[in-house]
Each structure stands twice: as C-alpha cells, then as structure tokens.
Design a protein around this ligand. Structure first.
Ligand SMILES: Nc1nc2c(c(=O)[nH]1)N[C@H]1C(S)=C(S)[C@@H](COP(=O)(O)O)O[C@H]1N2
Ligand SMILES: [Mo]
Length: 317
C-alpha cells in the first residue's frame, strides 16, 4: 500500500554511512525486531539502552483519550517528519537509530524560581499514563496515537515559573554526527518551538516519553518530546534538551522558515487554509484519501477553545 520505501535509491538521498547502516538493518531481521536486535558494528556503535525499547507502566487515562482505533504502530513509527534526519517521510525510521539518547538531560532555564537540569532517568520515574490522542500534521494527514507521558505542567511546577514567564520555548538536540538533516539549511537549527504559558500548562499538553506502552523510538523523538494534540504536529517538538520560560513570544523554527505558512499558534483549524493547500479535510492514515473532515482544534475545542476567547483565529493562525 502506501507505506513502501520510496523508489529513489537511498544512496542518492542519504549520506553513505546512513545508507550502509540502513542496508544492514534491512538485511537483518525483517520488520520491527530489526532495531532491537541490531548486529555487528551497528550495535557496537549505538548505545544499547537507547535503541532497545523498554516497556513502561502507564495505565490508560480514559478521560483524556478519544474513542477511536489507534493507528497501526508501523505507520506511526515508520512514516513521519523529523527533519534532523532528512525531509523524507521514511528518513527518520531509516536513520534515527544512530541518535544518542543516553546520557540525556533537559535544562530548565529562564523565568523560574529553580533553574535546573533534569536527567531523563528522573523523568521516567514520574507516574506515567497512556493517552490516546488525535494527531494532525499540517500536511493534512492524521493518526490516533497512544502516547505515554505526564502533563507538562507537572514538570513546570518543579521549576516554579515566575510571574514574568509568559511563554515557554523548547529546543531540540543537535547531534551533527548522527543527524544528517542538519546539513540541509531547510530550517534554522536547532529546531525550536514555543507555546504561550497557559497552553503549555494546559492538562492536554503531554511531556511524552513513550508510545504503544514502550519508550519512544528515536524517530518519534526519543527520549522525550512534547505532544500538543490541538495544534499541528510541528508544535510537538521532539528530542528536547532545553526548556526556557520567557517573557516574550519566542521565535520558532517553522515560523522563521515561512512566517506566512506557519504561525505561532498553529491551532488545527479547518477554516484557515495553509497558503498552499486546504485544511478542511485530512487523510486518516493509512487512508490515501482525504475523507475525514478536520475538526476545529483537532476535536479538542471543548477543552481548549476558552484559551483563545476573543482572539481572531484567522489573524492569529
Ligand atoms: N525536532 C523536531 N521535532 C519535530 C519535527 C522535526 O522535524 N524536528 N517534526 C514535527 C512534525 S512536522 C510532526 S508532524 C511531528 C511528527 O511526530 P511523529 O513522528 O511522532 O508522528 O513531529 C514534529 N516535531
Ligand atoms: Mo507535521
């Protein structure tokens, strides 16, 4: 169906090391076991803890879950955007395994009472829950994903935002040695994103450590990423190393790249078209057809519409 590897020879679109690595991967155990099993030089170079998924104890939170079938795991983990690994939808699954996810810390800085650096192992000890969220990419495809994590506001409270903290800025790791996409100037690296403080503190905003009951695969933003389900997918920043509480609206990577296409808010909105395509409908993967009607705030209007009371959503897109 639609999830075959692209027909362009991978040697033409990826650097040689990545290509060789991927070939080794494809030659090994087929399918999902391949990453975990590794083999030879590939697994010697990669930290074992990072590429082996660990199961997470995370009961489903029904109140924060949609009543829908989850999208197949091989689609969520195999077809995605993570531009640090290339702009193709199959690039992340093919090459993100090289990313080093241990040791890993998040620096919390800016307008907080207690600036601090938190180790990923401490985050994994927080009480975790599973939430089945709708997830809508700005490119008009959508999925239903069982994310695992905890509310971002719990992390924020550890640091104690001051009254000057009006926005939160998130920054992704930069690993030039493992991220071939950093050589492509499509974005002003590192990838950065931002939320207004009330959006960040909203209970739906999930600091995400896993998916399908296990730690995140690298291509989905290991070891820790954000999920903001009422906004387009690019607001859900992956592989976070820095969180800054700031007074002024932060610049974001996509807004810097094309301000007329990617606004700061980027709330899912069927009534505001992207300049190059309609947002009225979406392809619920694996469907090839845009047969699903896009919902305002991706279906989360009851929970989040009040955050934008009085705002013109066409101007503040
Ligand atoms: N650092 C970083 N974060 C990122 C991206 C990226 O390219 N780099 N892509 C975004 C986009 S466009 C989408 S749709 C989602 C995809 O998340 P998923 O791979 O879990 O589906 O990640 C978002 N976060
Ligand atoms: Mo996206």
């Amino acid at each position: 169906m639609s999830f075959r590897p692209p027909s362009i020879p991978p040697s033409e679109i990826t650097p040689r090391e990545v290509f060789l690595d991927r070939r080794r991967l494809l030659q090994g155990a087929a399918g999902l076991g391949a990453l975990a099993l590794g083999g030879g030089a590939a697994s010697a170079a990669a930290p074992a803890a990072a590429s082996t998924p660990a199961s997470l104890n995370a009961p489903r939170n029904a109140a924060f879950s949609v009543d829908a079938e989850p999208t197949a795991k091989k689609i969520v983990t195999g077809y995605n955007n993570f531009y640090e690994f290339g702009t193709g939808k199959y690039d992340p699954a093919a090459s993100a395994d090289a990313m080093k996810t241990r040791p890993w810390t998040i620096e919390i800085a800016g307008e907080v009472e207690k600036p601090q650096t938190i180790d990923i192992e401490a985050l994994l000890k927080m009480p975790l829950q599973e939430r089945l969220y709708r997830f809508r990419c700005v490119e008009a495809w959508s999925m239903v994903v069982p994310w695992v994590g905890f509310e971002f506001n719990q992390l924020a409270r550890l640091a104690g935002p001051t009254s000057k903290a009006k926005y939160v800025k998130f920054t992704t790791a930069m690993q030039p040695e493992t991220m071939p996409g950093l050589r492509i100037p499509v974005l002003d690296w590192p990838y950065t994103e931002g939320l207004r403080i009330d959006e960040a503190m909203h209970p739906l905003t999930l600091l995400t450590l896993g998916v399908y009951g296990e730690t995140l695969p690298n291509q989905n933003g290991a070891p820790v990423r954000l999920v903001v389900p009422w906004k387009y997918g690019f607001k859900s920043v992956k592989s976070i190393v820095k969180i800054e509480f700031v007074e002024n609206e932060p610049s974001t990577a996509w807004n810097k790249a094309a301000a007329n296409e990617y606004g700061f808010y980027s709330n899912v909105n069927p009534n505001v078209d992207h300049p190059r395509w309609s947002q009225k409908r979406e392809r619920l993967l694996p469907s090839l057809f845009a047969s699903r009607q896009t919902e305002l705030f991706n279906g989360y209007a009851d929970q989040v519409a009040s955050l934008y009371a009085g705002m013109d959503l066409k101007k503040n897109f």
